[in-house]
Design a protein around this ligand. Structure first.
Ligand code: ADP
Length: 294
């Protein structure tokens, strides 16, 4: 979809704010690869920018929670995130205007640096699991009501709302709803106690960019304080992270024994997200993951 003219004019006004000269958008090239928003690379007289847009009725909270998540990650200071220029709504279109991150090849040590930095991010802790506000994962609402106990948080804020959504939408096999209920009572015994860790929350391979300064830049977060195995597990859902990444992470901040056996357990959450967003074969993937544990 070409960028609507009123939004182009609005972006020009936003970019000109605080400067002496007017700013013109010279080109808006649509970028592909995202699954949720329309994205553009903007060439302007003030430089290159990244813009993503959606319709306000689809995504009523206009990228606000995404910006809050990026700010939390930025404040932690261990991994780079894009600078946010502005976000808002114009005539029924929501938008988020950001620094454009130039993509580069990953150098030999990239994955190890990334793994180490993620471990450092996870050292940022909090008094409880959750966050002081709810946010989104993809287009879905993400409940972050604070809990002292990880297993309770996982059940009440992660599994239950999405199992209910999938059941209401008839996307999940009824037997799997029962399996989830049987799973809940066992979680406390299976998942080792850990401090709440600041998580990216949706860390699959398309949610980081290898930037031309050699750094991993985090995008599209669904931030909360959670069990750090959630981020590690998510990196394995669609692959794309190397052995060096995990080795460096382990050197920096070792994970509890057996974490790899809990990967599918943690990934029940992103699988439920995908099931609710995309349906189809995700019902079988949820069922297969569940059967490993119940
Ligand atoms: P989604 O629709 O899943 O939210 P995005 O809109 O974040 O996806 O991303 C769409 C495409 O734009 C992806 O290829 C992504 O790598 C790229 N991208 C996202 N943010 C930036 C950025 N700040 N700079 C450059 N490219 C970006």
């Amino acid at each position: 979809m070409p960028l609507p003219q009123p939004l182009t004019t609005h972006v020009e006004e936003l970019l000109a704010r605080g400067g002496d000269a007017p700013v013109t958008v010279q080109r808006a090239d649509e970028l592909y690869g995202g699954s949720i928003n329309d994205a553009y690379r903007l060439e302007t007289t003030a430089g290159r920018f990244f813009l993503k847009v959606n319709t306000a009725d689809r995504f009523p909270s206009p990228f606000k929670t995404e910006v809050q998540g990026l700010e939390l990650l930025r404040a932690a200071g261990t991994l780079r995130v894009p600078d946010v220029v502005a976000h808002g709504e114009l005539g029924g279109t929501t938008f988020l205007l950001m620094e454009f991150i130039a993509h580069a090849e990953e150098d030999r040590d990239f994955q190890a640096r990334f793994g180490r930095s993620l471990a450092k991010l996870h050292r940022h802790t909090h008094g409880s699991f959750g966050l002081d506000h709810d946010n989104h994962i993809g287009l879905l609402p993400q409940v972050n009501t604070p809990h002292k106990d990880w297993a309770e948080f996982l059940v009440q804020c992660r599994f239950e709302p999405l199992v209910k959504m999938a059941r209401d939408g008839r996307r999940i096999h009824p037997g799997d709803v029962l399996r989830f209920e049987r799973l809940y009572g066992k979680l406390k015994d299976w998942i080792p106690a850990e401090m709440p860790a600041l998580l990216h929350g949706d860390l699959w391979k398309n949610n980081y960019i290898a930037a031309d300064d050699g750094q991993a830049v985090l995008i599209d977060p669904a931030v909360y304080y959670g069990h750090r195995e959630m981020d590690l597990a998510m990196t394995k859902l669609f692959g794309g992270f190397d052995r060096d990444f995990y080795e460096a992470y382990q050197e920096e901040e070792p994970l509890e024994k057996g974490w790899e056996e809990r990967v599918d357990l943690c990934n029940l959450y992103p699988l439920l997200v995908h099931l609710n967003l995309f349906g189809g074969s995700y019902a079988n993937r949820v069922g297969a993951a569940l059967r490993k544990y119940v």
